[in-house]
Write a protein that binds this ligand. Sequence first.
Ligand code: OGA
Ligand code: NI
Length: 177
Amino acid sequence: MEPFATKVAILAQKLAEILAEKLGHKSSFFQESCLPSTCYLRLNRYPPCPIPSDIYGLMPHTDSDFLTILHQDQVGGLQLVKDGQWIAVKPNPEALVINIGDLFQAWSNDCYKSVKHRAVTHPTKERFSAAYFLCPSYETVIESCSMPSVYRKFSFREYRQKVQEDVQLHGYKVGLS
Ligand code: OGA
Ligand code: NI
């Protein structure tokens, strides 16, 4: 896990830089705000689930970070919304999955969209995935890189608190608004 985290941390920074450059911004913002101490790796284990109904491994959600790098095994179960439909992200042993998170959507002023995704269970097979989250410090203020801005500026702390409150209040994350 340690060599994996070290490698994907560098990759995440590179990707953020490239995506920012594509918008015409040569930015050190991600390097300065997303330090090793504020990013994290989540190891997911989905036990087999023989009940064939809508039991999720992970509820539909968007990630609350800048971007996520996901390695999934060959079992499959990751799905995302495309044109209003859930589609499967087929496992590819040669590829990582990159998700845009809410913060990148806000920073890019909706140029990049945070994709809604979920994990469904497999009836007989156990599944593992590892997700690296490129996150800033709580003090970091996320402000659109172009004007007029779709969202008001907010700190990552504010956003995390709102997500937690929404989950407690509604049972799900409301997300950017
Ligand atoms: C996540 C996530 C998907 C998966 O950890 O946020 O979306 O396939 N994981 O494990
Ligand atoms: Ni996710």
